[in-house]
Write a protein that binds this ligand. Structure first.
Ligand SMILES: [Zn+2]
Length: 654
């Protein structure tokens, strides 16, 4: 076979065989690359950069001025209000503006330039270099022994660790010095990855500013303190790019420390962020390999896109899952509850206890394991965990049944603070597919936004990585494999059968209004129209949103196999073949396309599918469909409802 056929130029990777190549072409990575290419190309042609916006003009006025330049799809103005990116619907407007080179706004001349191909939407005046994950992976590819691979990885991620640790210290000292002029007696505590030492190079610093010892301190006044700090800091000349966000859930001030060029966020809310950093640091100290195992895990999650913005895991949630894992057999490290039995270490913060007193200093079992052994067991553990039934609970150090949190009466004894706090705080969200409980704030589900699909992908990757570690005969390029190898098989598989139903609402005014006046039995007629409406809706979704090839299945010998209900007054089965991956890049596409002008939800979904099929997938031809299923609609009479059954075709054919 032609070797070039197995290479994807766009993603710069080589696939082992044709089957993998096809799986890659319909996969998420490739599709997002196509999409980014397309968006960048459109921006290059239809977008402009506008520089030199006048000072002291409200953002609304700037937006108004920019949107009057022509029909736009996107306008970006950063918080500094110094420049803007404007994307127009057509190329002509953009190119004409670029030709002009200058326009005037409130008496000031603005410069207009081409939007560069790769535009960053970062607000920073002092951008930190991004970590190039692909380059790092590439550098691990040909390394033979594991120590060498680890050394290379750590050098990439923490190239100047000691220097940076020193700089973080200077930053905190400077911040405390400045803030003490405003809030005498205040104290700054850094937290997050600078404390746990799990930072990737040039991490931002998170700082909690403790005002409880300052005169006239008022609890719950965070937004006011944030504004005061923001206004006071500039005159000391040590921090720049100051931005107050007083309305956030945790109000913060963002700034850049001039001497070290490190970004810093500080808040006045409570100490729990500091407490959980100390907790993580304690657990990591239990064996020398834990820090490195967690570094690999954090990096693994990042390259496989399990961490980051947009409803993914936070690094914090991932670390809590790791801590929970080492609390199980055979390691059995202490639970948080166990370490809070000593009342003298109590540290109450907004109703939660953030204090703890460990009695264990070294875990012999963990100490005897290699980094790869620990990781393999972590992946195995989360391949088999029962997410449906249990909460991952580092507080008790054991799985807690979700049903224990469904009713206040059945909550376990150990959650005394939770029961007390329920009076004023939101309950723990137990309905989420994945439940990871905060070790201190027990009403906080760290993974409440994780979807079923995302969790399935995570579990599949855990299984795959566990197998990779199990089957590798030697350590050659094992990290490279761990960071780049993704499960291809079964990506688009779903369970063999799934069923759901829709009940007819008792009052369907819009149908009743459509009926001719001479109808004798209104209810029979309404029922008929209702069945018909659902049928039409389903066909539209199958054809236009899911882009399936749809055939009505005529001869149905074994009705129960495809879910036809005996009691149904009428039923129909659609044989559907899907050729496109319309889900993996859907959210990104929806964000980047300008859909705000399309009022109907259905039309928006159709537009997204059209774009994926006609623009992104136009050159991709597959030999066989990636999904094939039967969809059976059974119209039932008492009660009036429509039953849906989706059956995997391969499960029927055997
Ligand atoms: Zn590709």
């Amino acid at each position: 076979m032609d070797k070039a056929e197995l290479f994807c130029e766009l993603c710069d990777i080589k696939l082992p065989d044709m089957k993998s190549k096809e799986a890659h072409l319909v996969g998420k990575k490739h599709q997002l690359a196509l999409h980014n290419n397309h968006i960048n190309d459109r921006r290059k042609r239809c977008g402009v950069f506008i520089g030199g916006l006048p000072n002291m003009i409200p953002k609304e006025d700037i937006m108004k001025f920019l949107s009057d330049l022509g029909s736009t799809t996107d306008i970006y103005v950063p918080e500094t209000l110094k420049f803007a990116f404007v994307d127009f619907t057509d190329e002509k407007t953009a190119q004409e503006l670029i030709k002009k080179r200058n326009i005037y706004f409130r008496g000031k001349m603005l410069s207009i330039k081409n939007r560069t191909e790769k535009t960053s939407t970062s607000d920073k005046e002092h951008p930190q270099p991004e970590i190039d994950y692909e380059a790092i992976n590439e550098s691990l590819k040909d390394l033979l022994d594991f120590d060498q691979q680890m050394r290379t990885l750590v050098l990439h991620l923490q190239p100047n660790q000691e220097k940076e640790m020193w700089e973080y210290r200077i930053l905190c000292e400077d911040l405390q010095k400045c803030l003490q002029n405003v809030f005498p007696g205040c104290c700054v505590y850094p937290f997050g990855s600078t404390i746990t030492r799990l930072n990737f190079r040039s991490s931002d610093v998170d700082v909690y500013v403790d005002l409880t010892q300052t005169p006239n301190y008022v609890k719950g006044n965070s937004s006011q303190y944030v504004k005061r700090a923001r206004n006071a800091l500039p005159k000391y000349g040590l921090f720049t790019n100051l931005l107050a966000i007083p309305k956030a859930k945790t109000p913060i001030v963002k700034c850049v420390h001039i001497q070290t060029n490190i970004s810093c966020d500080f808040n006045f809310k409570n100490m729990l962020g500091v407490c959980n950093s100390y907790l993580i640091r304690y657990y990591i100290s239990l064996a020398p390999n834990l820090l490195w195992a967690l570094m690999v895990l954090k990096y693994w999650a990042r390259v496989h896109e399990f961490t980051g913005a947009n409803n993914k895991f936070s690094n914090y949630a991932l670390i809590m899952m790791f801590i929970f894992f080492i609390q199980q057999e055979p390691y059995k490290v202490q639970s948080v509850d166990d370490m809070q039995k000593h009342k003298d270490r109590e540290n109450m913060q907004d109703g939660w206890n953030g204090g703890f007193k460990p009695s264990e200093t070294y875990n012999v079992t963990l100490g005897s394991k290699t980094i790869l052994e620990i990781l393999q067991e972590f992946f195995k553990f989360y391949s088999n965990f029962d997410y449906n039934l249990n909460i991952i609970c580092p507080f008790l150090g054991k799985p807690v049944p979700k049903i224990d949190f469904l009713k206040p009466e059945v909550i376990p004894e150990s959650f005394l603070l939770y029961k007390i706090n329920l009076v004023s705080l939101m309950p723990f969200i137990v309905e989420a597919p994945l439940c990871v409980q905060d070790p201190f704030e027990h009403n906080h589900n760290l993974t409440q936004r994780i979807s079923v699909k995302f969790l399935e992908d995570f579990v599949a990757q855990c299984k795959h990585s566990a197998n990779n570690l199990q089957n590798s005969e030697n350590e050659r390029a094992i990290l490279y494999k761990l960071f780049t190898d993704e499960p291809l098989e079964g990506k688009f598989k779903f369970n063999n059968r799934c069923e759901f139903k829709i009940d007819m609402h008792s009052r369907l005014q819009y149908i009743e209004n459509k009926l001719p006046a001479d109808v004798t039995d209104k209810s029979v007629e309404i029922k008929k129209i209702w069945y018909q409406t659902i049928n039409e809706f389903v066909v539209t979704v199958l054809l236009k949103v899911l882009k399936c090839q749809v055939d009505v299945l005529k001869d149905v010998p074994e009705k129960d196999k495809i879910g036809r209900k005996e009691s149904a007054v009428d039923s129909v089965t659609f044989h559907c073949k899907g050729k496109y991956n319309l889900w993996d890049s859907r959210r990104t596409v929806a964000r980047d396309l300008d859909l705000s002008k399309i009022p109907s939800v259905m039309d928006r979904e159709i537009e997204i599918s059209n774009y994926i099929v006609n623009v992104l997938c136009k050159d991709i031809t597959l030999t066989k469909p990636i999904t094939e299923f039967y969809l059976t609609l059974s119209a039932c009479d008492s009660p009036i409802q429509m039953d849906f059954t989706v059956t995997n075709v391969s499960s029927v054919k055997g």
